[in-house]
Design a protein around this ligand. Structure first.
Ligand code: ADP
Ligand code: MG
Length: 733
């Protein structure tokens, strides 16, 4: 902003603190005054936590307050260098502190001085001592008594002491000293608060300077809480404002209106021939999507619903509306197996409607379209023909994997991209798909996921999307009996599993067996106990007397797509009794007759994967059966994860568990990429209410002033934390 005064927080640390200190702080990636002041304490030492000298124990990290009794530096006899011995006292007991090669301490630590020492307790010649601890003089700040100073300077150690994330080169106490120095010199009036004043007031949050003081130089622990709450809100506001602005910008772009046909279209014909009634939420979601597609801006919608809630039908109806409007639709699946399955089930759902040629202007009841499958394993000639039919517009609905559609495929007129099972978190991948523009105009996008997402994650990771949710399961509540099979405690259950599998097969049912690895890996960690493999398991099962006469086959990701397809077709047709596979069957595979699943070394899988996997056997009327087999010790994290998964079928419950076990950065994924500092305080799960509050505030802000012209400080802060997106947007638009 021309004419604006420079932001004191943007000042480089080099000019604020000098080169030496700046270089040390740079090792922590702190380069500006703002970086350092937003380097929040990791925790606080409260006065009650100060250790008494009489209570030192070897190997403990302690912080204590004491008075220096004597200081004595001398050269060491057997080694080069010097040793400084300091005797300290807390009024009751005395203790020993030693420093190596810091002879100047003679002048800094003087008898009678009150100081805080922080370090690890060691033993030297039989005596407990602190070796080279961090320390600071409590009275240091008294030299500038006119300014608000270190509360500890008052000599009363009732104030909490900030402990900072530190590094090899620079320790918490030094960081603290630099921050206090900066705070003393900062003029509160020069700071511009990124949080708009109205929001500060209505929430009773401390202003920027006040909050810096509260977190770095608190008098009470309550103060630190209110200071940190303010900075958390600041982060939540930045994140939500960014997401909503992104949504606002996307919604502002032009898109082709695809209203479908009032009568005589494919969609109407499809609805008329559906063998079932749509559920209420399929209808609602369908209406929301239909309205979006008819609008002049690109749809960005998440369709969210448990496994079996019937997302595919909703997607097919949306695709038909596009075809009815003269456009094409693409459905992207995460794996080839799933793409092939979608192709089959969509072709089946469409019946005759999908067996024709898309011809503009084709009348009413003769309406037809063609569905095409595009896979990496197709013959070149076949693939080339398919690509031609897509670019000519002869194919109305294309099913393929992400990779395929992202690359070479050109459409005649792509109107809608549907992404199935987008259960990987991340904003960037989605963006790549949206960029398949026709003549510079973006298609509509529908992202489908079965992974239950806690509300705050939905607000955050998918915060730039509108959401439709399928709340009912058309075939009734899913029933899966899940058993934890602990081989450690009950070795003989191993045999029982295969007897049980045999019983299933004998009643005409099919069974999945899932193993963590394929088995021919070159790189198996020799140190780790190898997990069960698909190839070994197949050999093992074929040799088990219980399974004699059953058909056992294997399926894994390294097979050719053709083989995978054949196997899935055989399994779906009931020609295979037991299918041993990796997690390739995790998402979307739908074989109603498969009622049981055995997951080997189940502790190797994450919660979400386990839940998705067992969803394969929860279809239809009879309850599914799932064995989580493990050799892990009770009490280990892996084992306790399994007990949770066995205990509930509630995906939302499990999703929280799953998110808790991830690192925050993984959850946010690219939502925070690009930013230098990132989000430091916000915890997506724990701060649900705060995030919801910030979202409401951001909503109002963006509705009013989408480019934040009236809030330059917030705009700048968003750039610092999350990265600037503007240029990227200009390029794309
Ligand atoms: P999802 O992809 O959400 O896991 P699908 O779309 O594969 O679920 O649907 C699961 C099964 O339910 C499919 O066989 C589908 O044909 C069927 N189905 C979908 N909607 C309905 C409905 N309203 N009534 C009965 N069956 C339905
Ligand atoms: Mg599905």
């Amino acid at each position: 902003m021309p004419g604006a005064r420079p932001d004191p927080l943007a000042q480089p640390l080099k000019s604020a603190l000098g080169t030496r200190a700046a270089n040390l702080l740079a090792t922590l990636d702190l380069t500006t005054v703002g970086d350092l002041l937003r380097h929040y304490p990791r925790r606080y030492i409260q006065p009650g936590e100060l250790t008494d000298l009489s209570a030192l124990r070897e190997d403990e990290n302690v912080t204590l307050q004491a008075t220096v009794v004597s200081v004595d530096s001398r050269r060491m006899r057997n080694r080069r260098g010097s040793l400084t011995n300091v005797v300290i006292s807390d009024g009751v007991s005395t203790g020993h502190v030693t420093f190596f090669n810091q002879p100047w301490l003679d002048k800094q630590l003087r008898p009678g001085m009150a100081a805080i020492f922080s370090g690890k307790v060691g033993r030297y010649r039989g005596k407990l001592q602190l070796a080279s601890p961090m320390w600071f003089n409590i009275a240091d700040d008294e030299k500038e008594p006119d300014l608000a100073s270190d509360p500890l300077a008052a000599g009363e150690a009732t104030a909490p002491i900030a402990v900072y994330p530190a590094g090899e080169k620079i320790k918490s106490m030094q960081i603290r000293k630099q921050i206090l120095g900066l705070l003393r010199r900062l003029r509160p009036a020069e700071l511009v608060d990124p949080i708009p004043g109205g929001l500060i007031e209505s929430r009773d949050l401390p202003g920027l300077y006040e909050a810096f003081e509260a977190v770095h130089r608190p008098m009470t622990i309550e103060q630190t809480r209110s200071g940190l709450a303010r900075f958390k809100f600041e982060e939540a506001l930045a994140l939500q404002t960014q997401l909503l602005r992104r949504r606002h910008r996307a919604a502002d772009l032009p898109a082709v209106r695809r209203p479908g046909k009032d009568s005589g279209g494919l969609l109407a014909a499809f609805d008329a021939q559906l063998p079932f009634e749509l559920t209420g939420s399929q209808r609602t979601a369908g209406d929301e999507i239909a309205a979006d597609l008819a609008g002049g801006h690109p749809m960005n919608r998440l369709l969210h619903g448990e496994v079996g809630s019937g997302k595919t039908v909703v997607a097919v109806r949306a695709m038909l509306q596009i075809v009815d409007s003269g456009g094409q639709a693409a459905l992207l699946a995460p794996t080839e197996v799933l793409a092939a399955q979608h192709f089959r089930s969509i072709s089946q759902l469409l019946g005759d409607l999908g067996a024709g040629t898309l011809m503009a202007g084709l009348e009413s009841d003769e309406a037809r379209t063609r569905v095409g499958l595009l896979t990496g394993s197709q013959q070149t000639a076949e693939r080339r023909r398919m690509l031609l039919d897509i670019i000519s517009g002869d194919i109305g609905i294309v099913v393929g994997t992400h990779a395929l559609i992202q690359d070479a495929v050109k459409f005649h007129d792509l109107g809608l991209v549907v992404v199935d099972e987008q259960h990987r978190f991340g904003v960037k991948q989605r963006d790549a798909l949206r960029d398949k523009t026709t003549a510079g105009v973006r298609p509509h996008t529908l992202v489908m996921t079965a992974t239950p997402i806690p509300r705050t994650i939905a607000m955050t990771v998918f915060g730039d999307l509108d959401t439709s949710t399928l709340t009912e399961l058309p075939n009734g509540e899913k029933k899966i009996d899940t058993y934890l099979v602990s081989l450690n405690e009950h070795a003989h259950w191993w045999d029982r599993i295969w007897e049980r599998v045999r019983e299933e097969v004998d009643t005409g049912r099919q069974v999945y067996v899932v193993a963590p690895r394929i088995g021919d890996e070159d790189t198996v960690d020799p140190a780790a106990e190898p997990a069960a493999s698909v190839s070994e398991t197949v050999a093992l099962l074929r040799g088990r007397p219980e399974l004699e006469g059953t058909t056992i086959e294997m399926l894994h990701g390294r097979m050719s797509a053709e083989t995978k397809n054949r196997l899935m077709t055989d399994f779906a047709a009931g020609r295979i009794d037991v299918l041993v596979s990796t997690t390739v069957i995790e998402v979307g595979v739908d074989v109603a007759n498969a009622k049981a699943m055995v997951i080997l070394d189940a502790e190797r899988f994450g919660v979400a994967a386990l839940h998705q996997l067992r969803g394969r056997v929860g279809r239809g009327k009879d309850p599914g059966l799932c064995f989580l087999v493990t050799s892990s010790e009770p009490g280990t994290p892996g084992y306790s994860r399994l007990t949770h998964v066995a205990a509930t079928l509630d995906g939302f419950e499990l999703s929280k568990l799953d998110v808790e076990s991830r690192r925050e950065g993984d959850v946010l994924g690219n939502a925070q990429s690009g930013g230098k500092s990132g989000l430091k305080l916000l915890r997506v799960l724990k701060d649900e209410r705060l995030i919801a509050d910030a979202r409401r505030a951001a909503d109002a802000l963006v509705a009013d002033d989408p480019e934040l012209d009236n809030h330059p400080a917030l705009n700048a802060f968003i750039g610092d934390v999350l990265g600037h997106e503007d240029e990227e947007y200009l390029e794309r638009g």
